[in-house]
Structure formats: C-alpha cells, structure tokens
Write a protein that binds this ligand. Structure first.
Ligand code: NAG
Ligand code: NAG
Length: 219
C-alpha cells in the first residue's frame, strides 16, 4: 500500500486535498492539530483541537460553523489551507478580533475536491487561557452561520469557492479513511497484480508438469 501511496503523492503534491501532512491550526497557546493525515508517519505534533472545547460527553458533539469549499476550480496552486486569509476575511466580515476566530478542523473529509473548515468565535470577554471553552464562552454558532449565509461576498473566502456555510453540532473526524473510490482503485490494482502472478504461476506449473496435468484434472 505504501508503495502505491508513494507513487501517487507526486501527482497531487501541489493541492490542498488530499492532505499528506498533519494540519496545525491557530497560533500561540491555542495551536492544535486540526487534521490527522494517514500519509504522514510523523507523530501528531500538537494537542488535538478537541482539547480546546468542552464537547458533549456522550456524543462528542459541539456547535460550530462549518464552511465547505469546492476546490474544483480554485485550489490548483495552493498546498495548504490559507488559514490567515480565512481568519482575516471572517473577522472583517463579522467585525470580531482575528485572534477570537478559532479553527477546530481543516479536513478534506476523505475527498479530493472538498475542504471543510469548522470554527468557533470567542466572545469578547472570554478568558482565552481558560480551556476548554464551553458553549457559553462562544458567540452563538447558529447566528454566525445565518449572518454569513446572508453575505453575498462570502461566496469566496481566501480565493476559494464556498460551497456551503452551515451551523452544525457534528465535528468532522480528525482522521479520515481514504475515500471508497481510492480503496476500490487500490483493490482493483492489487487484484490485477495478484491475477497476473497467479496466471503466471499456473502457466509455469502446467508447463513443468505437462505429462501429469491431465491426471490432476480427473476427479
Ligand atoms: C467536482 O467535480 C467532480 C467531477 O467533475 C464532481 O463530481 C464533484 O461533485 C465536484 N465537487 C463539488 C464540490 O462540486
Ligand atoms: C484566565 O485564565 C487563566 C487560566 O485559568 C488564569 O490563570 C488567569 O488568571 C485568567 N485571567 C483572567 C484575566 O481572568
């Protein structure tokens, strides 16, 4: 599998998705791992972004704003998500401080053409050192999503096409399995290689054992 991954990486190195490295979001004492890549064998470099928020103990849910980008047209030249430009656009649109925008996920959600960013915004009077943040420490994610949806200029953020903006309580997984298509492709490739050697083996066997091959086929 690793062998095929190595073959495929050069073809996709200049694109945001799929990610071949773990992603770190935010800076300073809030920097955290917001995406874990299966291609990256290095240990996860920062605490998980889950440590910043007090998630529901049973479901793991937490209210966030989720922005889904369509990378089909816009991301050819980018190697990673332009977090600074995103932060800048969000903070200026919503008139909040840049450092109050806290990104919890940047995920390719197992695809090549969709990037999902999930974030929250701290209230003005929240002590940003008092972790983890509770829902009350944050501006209501549902109303942020509603305001953002109404802003026509947010059809693009950081030069990336916005597909959807929505309120959700479901955080995307930190680590994503490769997409089904990729798995199917790899399975077919393996089957072909296996089939080739199988046929080769059978052919060699029958060549060697021409004289008793007939006997083998009798019941
Ligand atoms: C990107 O393009 C592919 C193939 O053209 C299409 O299947 C997919 O839905 C597109 N992605 C988005 C987010 O529109
Ligand atoms: C903020 O929280 C930290 C950690 O809980 C605490 O040490 C600090 O005193 C707090 N600062 C203020 C201004 O409340």
């Amino acid at each position: 599998m690793r062998f095929f991954a190595v073959l495929l990486v050069p073809l996709v190195f200049a694109e945001i998705c799929p990610m071949d490295k773990h992603a770190i979001c935010n800076t300073g004492h809030l920097s955290c791992t917001c995406s874990v890549s299966q291609e990256d064998e290095a240990p996860v470099p920062e605490i998980s972004c889950n440590a910043l928020i007090a998630r529901d103990l049973e479901t793991g849910n937490f209210p966030v704003v989720s922005v889904e980008f369509d990378l089909n047209n816009s991301a050819e030249a980018l190697e990673e998500f332009p977090e600074d430009a995103f932060r800048d656009k969000i903070s200026s649109s919503l008139r909040v401080d840049e450092e109050d925008v806290i990104v919890l996920r940047t995920s390719c959600v197992g695809t090549d053409d969709t990037l999902t960013i999930q974030f929250v915004i701290l209230k003005k009077d929240t002590n940003s050192s008092a972790l983890p943040f509770a829902i009350e420490d944050l501006i209501d994610a549902e109303s942020i999503a509603t305001r953002m949806k109404a802003m026509g200029h947010l059809s693009q953020i950081a030069n990336l096409d916005v597909d959807t903006i929505e309120y959700t309580e479901e955080l995307v997984d930190l680590e994503f399995e490769p997409s089904n298509l990729e798995l199917i492709f790899k399975a077919i490739l393996l089957a072909l290689i296996f089939g080739f050697f199988f046929v080769l083996g059978v052919w060699k066997l029958t060549k060697k054992g021409d004289e008793y091959a007939d006997d083998l086929q009798k019941p």
